[in-house]
Design a binder for this molecule. Structure first.
Ligand SMILES: *Cc1c(COP(=O)(O)O)cnc(C)c1O
Length: 463
């Protein structure tokens, strides 16, 4: 089909919405290494996981065999409110770059929560309700996950408590207000409502809090409340599965117009949007049906894939979760305080980590001032103010398109535009004021993080 026929927006109708999530693990030889119970050093059993997660999510977490998993009607109903998300041919960006490449982006920021996180929030709240739970708890740093879960909890009639990192609650009062409007309790963390919070407050009075502490508070509250579970917004396999709705929609739309991408690019925090975007395309690549190049983009200041170790580590800095085999900078790694661009998680989804380890994914690290430069370029020519996280993918897509200009190659580039930047204006202010700096961790900085990787039996022989 001639490219003249590709419209600016490649719409899908409601009938064309995907009915299935795509489980890429069905095509990975042996999935990935199992979660380990830190107490026993043995693989986690379903029972271990049941203390923390909903039954249906555990089943999905452990499913290494079914390629397609049906999206229940009750979730499709919610998805219909904000999906399909737009798949856009970035004609204006192509013109600006004067590149022979075609650039496409999938925009997940068109819902009130402002990001792709609602895709998994909807599913996790639905399953919690189905299981008869009454309450959920979670933590939120920047606020996107807390907002998404508050919308989903409200839709399915669940009570929700969000432990929001204190500095973030103070810096982003509007985010906090959206969450409260959807009926959730927002508790700035550390708080005096949990033992974990009280302990931190006694030790570090006046602290602005951390994600690790907020997680510890949310887990404690869930464990001590009947009919209540703690939920996570990234990293885990079932979250990636829910996010595969992004890749499924892209695939259906591309097929509708008779074309296919050559390169797929996504930003990587915990890996959920990238894993979901690439899922159905990667599944086909693993079966030898395409030769797409997959590129994960991370901040140079939190370089999990490009400089991390492939080891067993905790998913949180409070060391309360099971251990996952993943690329990690160490659960004690702290990105530099001048890092404003998000994606500051120390680890990476075990699925994305395994695919990267096996050479199916390329990773690049980019510096934040270049990321914001790309963000502003994109905002001006495509009319969307992008989230700083998403802008890592924009930066890599622009670089790829400029490389095509050099070589004359006419590649089709697809990238994930995960969210809007409306709640990140303090980061934009820093950039506009010329106050943004880049920081690349030294080997010594990284070593401090690596030292927090558990020295246990399953990590024996780790260099
Ligand atoms: C949370 C978030 C990310 C990173 O999370 P992943 O799990 O890696 O997808 C990226 N972009 C936006 C807008 C986010 O809110």
């Amino acid at each position: 089909m001639s490219d003249k026929k590709i419209p600016y927006k490649m719409y899908l109708t409601e009938e064309e919405l995907p009915k299935f999530w795509y489980n890429v693990k069905a095509h990975m030889n042996s999935g990935h290494a199992p979660f380990i119970n830190p107490a026993t050093q043995l693989p986690c059993t379903e029972k271990d996981l049941q203390k923390v997660f909903c039954d249906e999510c555990i089943e999905q977490e452990l499913n290494d065999t079914d390629e397609l998993i049906k999206i229940p009607e009750g979730i499709l109903d919610f998805y219909k409110m904000f999906r399909p998300s737009p798949l856009v041919r970035a004609y204006f960006l192509e013109r600006l770059l004067n590149t022979p490449a075609e650039i496409y982006y999938k925009f997940e920021g068109n819902n009130t929560s402002g990001s792709h996180k609602l895709n998994s929030a909807a599913a996790q709240a639905y399953y919690a309700k189905k299981q008869g739970l009454k309450e959920l708890t979670t933590e939120t740093g920047a606020g996107q996950w807390g907002t998404a879960l508050s919308m989903a909890a409200s839709f399915y009639g669940l009570k929700l408590t969000v432990y929001m990192v204190k500095v973030s609650a103070e810096q982003k009062p509007h985010r906090r207000e959206v969450i409260r409007t959807y009926g959730a309790d927002v508790i700035p963390s550390p708080s005096d409502t949990t033992d974990a919070g009280r302990k931190i407050l006694a030790e570090f009075p006046g602290t602005g809090g951390s994600l690790g502490c907020a997680i510890a508070e949310a887990v404690e509250k869930a464990v001590n409340t009947p009919n209540c579970k703690y939920v996570l917004g990234s990293v885990l396999d079932h979250v990636l599965l829910h996010q595969s709705v992004i890749g499924q929609e892209c695939k259906i739309a591309f097929e509708k117009y008779g074309i296919a991408p050559d390169v797929i690019i996504g930003c990587c925090g915990g890996g959920s949007n990238f894993g979901g975007l690439i899922a159905p395309f990667m599944g086909e690549k693993l079966q030898g049906k395409n030769n797409i190049e997959f590129i994960g983009v991370e901040p140079a200041s939190c370089p999990t894939l490009t400089r991390g170790k492939f080891a067993y580590d905790f998913c949180d800095s409070a060391k309360t979760t099971p251990m996952a085999k993943m690329y990690t900078l160490g659960c004690g790694f702290m990105p530099s305080p001048n890092h404003a661009g998000g994606l500051r998680y120390h680890g990476m989804s075990p699925v994305v980590s395994q695919l990267y380890h096996d050479g199916h994914i390329r990773a690049v690290a980019v510096e934040q001032s270049a990321v914001f430069e790309a963000a502003v370029k994109f905002a001006k020519c495509e009319g969307i103010l992008p989230a700083p996280e998403s802008s890592h993918a924009i930066k890599a897509a622009i670089d790829e398109a400029l490389e095509c200009k050099r070589t004359g190659e006419k590649k089709r580039i697809l990238f994930g535009l995960t969210g809007t930047g409306y709640f990140d204006l303090s980061a934009y202010k820093q950039y506009n004021d010329g106050a943004m700096t880049d920081y690349i961790p030294t080997e010594a900085d990284l070593k401090r993080g690596f030292d927090s990787i558990p020295k246990c039996k399953v990590n024996e022989g780790l260099a």
